[in-house]
Design a protein around this ligand. Structure first.
Ligand SMILES: Nc1ncnc2c1ncn2[C@@H]1O[C@H](COP(=O)(O)OP(=O)(O)OP(=O)(O)O)[C@@H](O)[C@H]1O
Length: 654
């Protein structure tokens, strides 16, 4: 029937797909594949209403910094779409090629250069703060090039307070947290405090607030300005639920975590460690928690922490953050069912930097390297997460280790990132890098016009090719710099792995030597004991024979047999004594060997496994030698030999 239809109507055959009569495989006729028309401007295809609504793990917002002159580099196409245009020129083979590359990046939302702090707070943070009493945590990162406005967005100024002071004010408007500190966050959970401890916590905050006492006037002005800005729908005044708000402030400086609320100096011992509880909640162990009961108290604590922050002048910014800092507001909600813990982490990431522009040297350069490499790890983590990859390298930097659970979405924690962009043309390279890391859908090339021109006059040619060469070299320097960073990071990883391996080897060698020494000592002790026993037996026998001789009837000269017997006994004793001395010497020699081996190992515990195996064979052969020596000597007394075997030594761990 199908055949009939196929033969009867050719056009019908094309309309109705059939598996019995398939189309010819595309591989034999590849030109039948549908292809986009060349030169199509994808922007024409881009329909603003049909934007992809796939939920993102991380909500990424873009904030443009105000710029005095209009720039053609960045065009905000809609409230989600940014278009960048970069001109590059290359020269070679007698031609000059001008690339005019436009790319489109999309974000969860774009805040233009006139967007206010209030607008950003309402869109990015407010809803997440409302969910805090329900146990829903939230992390906010600000990311961008140095001087692009990250700290401004988070901290702000007195006249234009940032997201942190706004959040602190807002939290105390959402909940009533003015009671005594009955519970305190501890290792991912909450501990109940005794009356004495509650008093201590209150005194501690009082002491911290002394630091910022001179700035209280500033706070009052700021708070007055915020009064109208912050609108709260309802205040939770339920009697059965009580809230306790604690704040902590830490910074990640040169891959070490330091407490900004503690007065201790920055030493290796004051570094804090990251821990993970059994539920996978990652936290900074030992970070100071300050109990706060109002926006003012919390603001004062934040200002006290800012005093300890690492800030320095670089070639691009006079007050550049030299570390990633994390301000955490932890809310404990006491209900009839127990205590719920939720937190808001507000992270001001240090800006990615280019050595050429910052002109950093010495300590600043080392800081730059630590900043860039941890941002590079963050970039790799986001890439892997977006590709739904499994091996996300969270553990490669402190920052990603701390934020890992939130970024992966495993704990149902909301994560948002505000990317700050400085539209000044001189920051184009840094901005390109930032956009590549951060944009939700990125790097979509929408225009790539190439103009090739034959080079005309030689003077003009040399200028153009010179410029092109400079640009090419600059690009090469950029690439090499990036490769250097990657290589440095890999090198660091390898060094750490090597160090760990060395430590393991040294530990196993020490264990082996200790075991070998025990076995040798035991072996020789046993041999000595046996020899001693033999001697005692012989002596006893000799004495009994002497007694027999004494008991024999006296005659003037001892008989020939008696003299012979006597001489034989004396010889036996002499042989046995000789053997005993030899045994003692052998034991002393063996102990000396073991000491020598230990000394060698302690001197050079970086020996390879092969060398360690040699050491092991030496000890085994040492025991074997003494074993064979004694075997030869004592073939007639096998039953008295100690029961050690060389397997005893083989068994010892190495
Ligand atoms: N949206 C903005 N409106 C007004 N001023 C801004 C804005 N963004 C940044 N600035 C100003 O730009 C300067 C640099 O900003 P900021 O200190 O926030 O940079 P940063 O990105 O934190 O730099 P770094 O990473 O080096 O610390 C500040 O003087 C700040 O007041």
């Amino acid at each position: 029937m199908i055949n009939q239809r196929v033969t009867s109507n050719e056009s019908e055959k094309r309309d109705i797909p059939s598996f019995i009569e398939p189309l010819p495989p595309l591989i034999t006729n590849p030109f039948m594949r549908p292809r986009p028309n060349k030169g199509t401007n994808l922007m024409e295809l881009f329909d603003e209403d049909s934007e992809v609504e796939e939920p993102e793990l991380v909500q990424v917002y873009l904030r443009m910094k105000p710029h005095h002159a209009p720039t053609y580099l960045y065009e905000v196409k809609s409230d989600r779409c940014l278009i960048t245009t970069v001109d590059t020129a290359t020269a070679g083979h007698g031609r000059r090629t001008q690339h005019n590359v436009s790319k489109m990046y999309t974000f969860s939302h774009i805040f233009g250069s006139h967007a206010s702090q209030k607008e950003i707070f309402e869109r990015v943070v407010k809803d997440n703060l409302n969910k805090l009493p329900d146990g829903q945590s939230f992390t906010l990162l600000t990311y961008g090039a140095s001087g692009s406005g990250k700290t401004f967005t988070l901290m702000g100024t007195v006249n234009s307070p940032g997201l942190v002071p706004r959040s602190l004010e807002y939290v105390f408007r959402v909940v009533d947290a003015s009671q005594q500190p009955l519970f305190k966050p501890s290792d991912g959970g909450a501990d109940k405090l005794s009356c004495t401890n509650q008093e201590y916590e209150l005194q501690f905050v009082k002491r911290l607030r002394h630091v910022s006492a001179s700035l209280r006037d500033k706070y009052r002005r700021m708070s007055a300005g915020l009064c109208n800005d912050l609108t709260v729908s309802s205040l939770d005044l339920s009697n059965k639920i009580r809230h306790y708000v604690w704040v902590s402030f830490v910074e990640i400086y040169n891959e070490g975590i330091y407490d900004l609320l503690s007065s201790t100096d920055r030493t290796n011992s004051s570094k804090l460690r990251i821990r993970e509880d059994s539920n996978g909640y990652v936290y900074v162990k030992g970070a100071t928690q300050a109990f706060v009961r109002s926006g003012e108290e919390a603001y004062d604590v934040m200002v006290a922490g800012k005093h300890n922050l690492q800030v320095a002048a670089t070639g691009v910014h006079a007050q550049s953050s030299r570390s990633h800092c994390i301000f955490t507001i932890t809310m404990l909600t006491e209900t009839e069912g127990g205590v719920r813990v939720s937190c808001v982490r507000l992270c001001d990431l240090a800006g990615c930097e280019r050595a050429r522009r910052t002109r950093n040297t010495g300590a600043r350069m080392a800081e730059s390297r630590a900043i860039n490499s941890s941002l590079h790890v963050l970039e790799r983590c986001l890439h892997t997460l977006r590709r739904r990859g499994r091996c996300v390298p969270y553990r490669e930097s402190k920052l990603t280790r701390l934020l890992g659970a939130g970024l992966s979405g495993a704990k149902g924690e909301a994560v948002s990132m505000v990317v700050t962009l400085n539209p000044a043309p001189e920051y184009a390279q840094e901005t390109k890098h930032v956009l590549q890391l951060a944009a939700v859908a990125k790097d979509i090339q929408i225009n790539n016009t190439i103009a090739e021109t034959m080079m005309e006059s030689s003077v003009q040619d040399s200028t153009i090719s010179g410029n092109a060469e400079v640009m090419r070299l600059n690009a090469d320097i950029e690439r090499l710099h990036f490769e250097l960073l990657q290589a440095e990071y890999r090198n660091k990883e390898l060094m750490a792995a090597m160090e760990e391996k060395q430590q393991q080897t040294a530990a196993s060698i020490q264990k082996f030597v200790a075991e070998a020494r025990d076995i040798c000592t035991q072996y020789y002790k046993e041999r000595l004991r046996i020899m001693q026993k033999k001697m005692d037996d012989m002596r006893e026998e000799y004495e009994s024979r002497l007694e027999n001789v004494a008991a024999m009837p006296t005659c003037e000269t001892p008989s020939r047999e008696l003299r012979f017997e006597n001489a034989k006994l004396m010889t036996d004793i002499a042989i046995l004594e000789e053997k005993l001395t030899a045994e003692q010497l052998a034991r002393a020699r063996a102990e000396e060997e073991v000491q020598h081996l230990r000394a060698c190992i302690e001197e050079r515990d970086d020996k390879t496994d092969e060398e360690n195996t040699k050491v092991r064979e030496n000890v085994i052969s040492l025991c074997n030698d003494s074993e064979t020596e004694s075997d030869e000597e004592d073939t007639n007394n096998e039953t008295l030999e100690p029961t050690f075997k060389k397997e005893d030594i083989n068994r010892s761990a190495f």
